[in-house]
Design a protein around this ligand. Structure first.
Ligand code: C5P
Length: 233
């Protein structure tokens, strides 16, 4: 079975990234590497991580530009064959379609509304509806344009699941195990089991697992395994 957890490898230290992946491989198949990592180590760094670990990569570059530029940028990383590559749905249908055209084996993942934006922020930016409706519209537009996966808040899973094809994979951050005392900067959270029950396919989880690194690799491995078990019930 593929693990429902995607580990957010939020570090710009290459050896730490490798060590986190090694420690959690038994419970996790996909690792999210973002702009911080990509801008530090480039495509070669991503390739090295993928080859050495045998893991799949969620390449979180959140592309957002005119279609021609997005197409070229997505084409540059196509040879890395990331499992997922993110683009901003707010860039419109044409940039999603451009990214889809540029990749051969990658699911183009549309990021809907950043959870850092409140309904007031959206209103100030000129959006006529709040985050739930805006995210749902963006998900519909992006999947119509060819995106095969969506990133959204756990609170938007149900509404988005209702309007996108059943084959679309829904990925959500903002997830916290019920025994995690610290929510960090995540404000509205759900447990992993709740998010999966609502229709998420994958959960992006970082600090609830990576913070265990200070207690050693075995502690981190068992935390990852425990979270996977909590989803199975
Ligand atoms: O450590 P934590 O579990 O909060 O990590 C969540 C990951 O998901 C981070 O890499 C964060 O940047 C990302 N993310 C998020 N909320 C979003 C989009 C991405 O927390 N709306």
């Amino acid at each position: 079975m593929t693990s429902p957890i995607i580990l957010a490898v939020d570090t710009s230290d290459f050896d730490t990234a490798r060590a986190w992946i090694d420690a959690t491989r038994e419970s996790i198949d996909i690792y999210k590497l973002g702009l911080e990592f990509y801008l530090t180590f480039g495509s070669q760094g991503i390739e090295a991580i993928a080859k050495e670990s045998g893991a799949s990569i969620f390449l979180d570059l959140k592309l957002h530009d005119i279609p021609n530029t997005v197409k070229k940028a997505a084409g540059v990383v196509d040879h890395l064959h990331p499992r997922f590559l993110t683009v901003h749905a707010t860039g419109g249908a044409a940039i999603v379609a451009a990214a889809v055209e540029a990749v051969t084996q990658t699911s183009i993942t549309a990021v809907t509304v950043l959870t850092s934006l409140s309904d007031d922020d959206l209103n100030q930016l000129g959006y006529s509806s709040g985050s739930l409706e805006t995210a749902t519209n963006l998900a519909r537009v992006a999947t119509d344009a060819g995106a095969t996966s969506i990133v959204c808040s756990p609170y938007e899973i149900e509404a988005i699941r209702a309007v996108v094809p059943s084959t679309v994979e829904i990925i959500t951050p903002g997830v916290r195990p019920s025994d995690e005392s610290v929510t960090d900067d995540q404000v509205r959270t759900m447990t992993p089991a709740q998010a999966i029950a609502l229709g998420a396919n994958y959960l992006v989880i970082g600090r609830p697992i990576t913070s265990r690194w200070s207690q050693g690799a075995a502690a981190m491995a068992s935390r990852a395994a425990q979270i996977v078990d909590s989803i199975k019930g």
